[in-house]
Design a protein around this ligand. Structure first.
Ligand code: NAD
Length: 504
């Protein structure tokens, strides 16, 4: 029997929560070498949840050495793919068993509404670990189609030690997109979660041990980017970095690689997604509803956020009015309340940044048609109203920068060519959406948009079976999700066997 859990239930659970607060290195929970700790804050109240051990370069060094030893002695890499897969499937099952605990930790840590943190974040993580676990023993090598004089075998091998550096907006999900393919391929991993979101990363590290991932194979070192993240990027014993975060920091990892051992770097970075509605959109009400999810869900803290809404002139006023009215349904509230659709933004730094963009958008001449202010200040939390600007020009700062908050810019266009030109006039290329009934236009737009993912008459359809990642400054060095992700975590080796005269 499923019982609907109430605000009272979640509030009581929050009072009693036991948050993990130590580093996880070589299978042990330990304090930082320096003894330092940092406060992890609940963005809905501004209160400290716990103080977590603050890893820095010294702890990264210990963790990388543990991961290197674990890799070289083959305790994980030499296990059969099926064995590794079974362990990941066990991890998926354990995460599912701990759904309530993990969803609460995620909600407290980053302010994600409790109604989504279980059915989206936990369940996506479960699905990802299980999917790669199931794939483990279904991947084959190749034989090169050469003549009969030799046999050319093409095989995949793990990179070795992978450093994973991740953001705070979907902590459990982003971590699973990195850890599951890296581990299933046989690598050892050092995960440096975002300093705003270390809690579920630490707990999943513990569950991985329980599931049978050997000590040293998955190490979790919370800490700050400029210290712990940088040390991982520069470490000579790290063979690959898998990064998700801002474009600016993604570029730093390329530089760290260049300055150290030329380690492989893959980066999933920022976005400024154009969401393009033509006058022949098949169902305008549905499209307007999807605009809400595209920019106000997860408080707009999404790399794929549809932050630029491009609307064809004949329906421009109708859409602006519809979107402004719809935005009211995304007013933020207490994330522990199961009726809440939008929570706070992650911290006061993000709050100040978003408010600054809103002020400059108004100063640049954009027309504010909804929201625009901080709200629920009495809670001590970092809440912002869903905000809509109309009459935005694509050259304005609010249309160019990734705001990473609930702020929508609406831009009008007259022709398909103009829509495509505006859509591609950005340094980003993560995703794009097109709403039209015209099949030819849908294909032409999909082909013309410089983006890693294009949605036609939907927004943010996704599945673990399809690759995800950006063009231009939205991504570099491979994709997350699907079997394509395994390319990031494996070397391709060619072995030639001489077949001698008998083969000639
Ligand atoms: P961020 O770049 O500030 O931080 C990401 C990670 O990098 C964190 O773990 C952080 O500690 C670390 N870091 C920060 N400075 C560093 C430095 N100098 N050296 C080494 N590491 C450093 O990003 P964020 O604010 O946590 O996340 C938001 C960003 O993530 C947005 O730009 C968003 O678009 C992007 N993102 C992209 C995707 C995608 O798949 N493309 C998905 C989610 C988020």
């Amino acid at each position: 029997m499923t019982m609907t859990k109430t605000l009272v239930h979640w509030s009581e659970a929050a009072e009693a929560v036991e948050a993990p607060n130590q580093l996880l290195i070589d299978g042990e929970k330990i304090d930082a070498v320096s003894g330092e700790r940092f406060a992890v804050t609940n963005p809905a109240t501004g209160e400290t949840i716990t103080e977590v051990a603050q890893g820095d370069a010294a702890d990264i060094d210990v963790a990388v050495n543990a991961a290197r030893t674990a890799f070289e002695d083959g305790r994980w890499a030499n296990r059969s793919p099926r064995d590794r897969g079974q362990v990941l499937i066990s991890l998926a099952e354990l995460i599912e068993t701990h759904t309530e605990e993990l969803q609460l930790l995620e909600t407290l840590d980053v302010g994600k509404p409790i109604r989504y943190s279980g059915r989206v974040d936990v369940s996506q993580a479960v699905n990802t670990y299980a999917w790669y676990g199931e794939a483990a023993d279904k991947l084959y090598g190749e034989i090169a189609p050469t003549g009969r004089h030799a046999l050319g075998m093409i095989t995949k091998e793990p990179l070795g030690v992978v450093g994973a550096v991740t953001p705070w907006n979907f902590p459990m999900m982003m971590n699973s997109w990195k850890l599951a393919p890296a581990l299933v391929a046989g690598n050892s991993v050092v995960l440096k979660p975002a300093e705003q979101a270390p809690l579920t990363a630490l707990r999943i590290g513990e569950l991985a041990l329980e599931a049978g991932v050997p000590p040293g194979v998955l190490n979790v070192v919370p800490g700050f980017g400029e210290t712990a993240g940088r040390a991982l990027g520069l470490h000579p014993f790290v063979d690959g970095i898998t990064f998700t975060g801002s474009t600016e920091v993604g570029k730093l990892f390329l530089a760290y690689s260049a300055r150290s051992n030329m380690k492989r770097v893959s980066a999933e970075t920022g976005g400024k997604t154009p969401n393009i509605i033509f006058a022949d959109a098949p169902d305008l009400d549905f499209a307007i509803g999807a605009v809400g999810f595209s920019i106000f869900w997860n408080t707009g803290e999404m790399c794929i956020a549809g932050s630029r809404l491009l609307v064809e002139r004949p329906i421009y006023d109708e859409v602006v009015e519809g979107v402004a009215a719809m935005s009211g349904s995304w007013m933020p509230g207490n994330p522990l309340d199961p009726s809440t659709k939008a929570g706070p933004v992650v911290d006061d730094i993000q709050l100040t940044k978003i408010i600054g963009y809103i002020e400059r958008g108004a100063a640049e001449g954009a027309r504010l048609v909804a929201g625009g202010s901080r709200t629920l200040t009495e809670t001590g939390g970092y809440f912002i109203e869903p905000t809509v600007f109309a009459d935005v020009d694509n050259s304005m700062e609010i249309a160019r920068d990734e705001i990473f908050g609930p702020v929508l810019s609406i831009i009008g266009f007259d022709t398909q060519e103009e829509a495509l030109q505006i859509a591609n006039d950005t340094r980003y290329g993560l995703s794009a959406a097109v709403w039209t009934s015209n099949l030819g236009r849908a294909h032409t737009m999909a082909a013309g948009l410089k983006a890693g993912t294009v949605w036609i008459n939907n927004f943010d359809t996704s599945d673990i079976t399809a690759p995800f990642g950006g063009y231009k400054e939205s991504g570099f060095g491979g994709k997350d999700k699907s079997l394509h992700a395994l390319d990031k975590y494996t070397h391709t080796k060619t072995t030639w066997i001489n077949l001698g005269r008998g083969g000639v």
